[in-house]
Design a binder for this molecule. Structure first.
Ligand code: GLP
Length: 257
């Protein structure tokens, strides 16, 4: 796992956008994430699209997860969120942006069909945030480390964390469809971003704690190509922060992120 510590959330976004722009230029398959953390990165990619001609026209994109029971047109569905915050502002055609169908009459079948779609695809880079309890996608603590796309019950802490988007905790759906940890691990490159003090414990558990279903993000420890970009606040509880900074400035020649 490569851990890059940057000063501010804006610096995290600039670093993440540098990495993602390289993939976009190759027309890669992008795994996208929702949540507030990647918003600055999306804003920076949109800016590069508008001002520097960065194109996503040949990319395909796959979302990590979706709330069960929300139609794609619901403003808080992740399908609507990713369009509003990112894809509608760049040149990727809508038909090339995929997500699990949260309003399918049979959510289990919707999970299986999304998994089948992903099994026929190689996601070149998967962008990830991290929940305060160490979840990625919506893989809550206790998720099998090799899980596939499935129906999950949200942890009360996640419902509380996400209530800000719905205005009221009661309105947050209790169930979700999420790519599993096994599904996410098939992506060629995992790029996890975390900013702010509220993520510091989860980041320390992910990077320096044991590999454990109690911290689903710890699967990054098993991945061959995982990059973690943190601001100072999110990095505050890492025991080996000084080493990560040193390694970042003493990279072997010709080695890219
Ligand atoms: C949500 C999403 C995750 C996201 C996480 C953190 O529940 N399902 O994909 O990474 O929580 O969100 P935020 O970036 O808003 O803190």
């Amino acid at each position: 796992m490569e851990i890059l510590i940057r000063s501010t959330p804006d610096d995290v976004a600039a670093q993440a956008a540098d990495i993602l722009a390289g993939y976009a230029q190759r027309g890669a398959t992008l795994g996208l994430a929702t949540g507030s953390t990647p918003l600055l990165t999306y804003r920076e990619l949109i800016r590069r699209h508008a001002n520097e001609g960065l194109s996503f026209a040949y990319c395909r994109a796959f979302l990590l997860d979706e709330y069960v029971g929300l139609p794609a047109a619901h403003p808080q569905s992740y399908a609507a969120t990713i369009r509003r915050e990112f894809t509608s502002h760049v040149d990727i055609p809508d038909a090339q942006v995929h997500s699990p169908r949260g309003d399918a009459p049979d959510p289990l079948a919707a999970a299986l069909s999304y998994e089948a779609l992903l099994a026929a695809t190689t996601v070149d880079v998967q962008l990830l945030g991290i929940g305060g309890n160490g979840h990625i996608g919506f893989n809550e603590p206790s998720s099998s480390l090799s899980s596939l796309t499935r129906l999950k019950t949200l942890h009360p802490r996640t419902i509380e964390d996400n209530a800000r988007f719905f205005g009221d905790e009661e309105l947050v759906p209790t169930h979700v469809l999420t790519q599993g940890l096994g599904t996410i691990s098939r992506a060629s490159h995992l790029l996890l971003l975390a900013t702010g003090e509220s993520k510091a414990d989860a980041v320390a558990a992910m990077a320096e704690g044991p590999l454990s279903a109690q911290c689903p993000a710890s699967i990054l420890q098993l991945h061959r190509h995982a990059t973690v970009v943190l601001d100072e606040a999110a990095a505050a509880r890492l025991r080996n922060a000084e080493y990560y900074r040193y390694a970042d400035t003493h990279k072997p020649a010709n080695q890219d992120y």
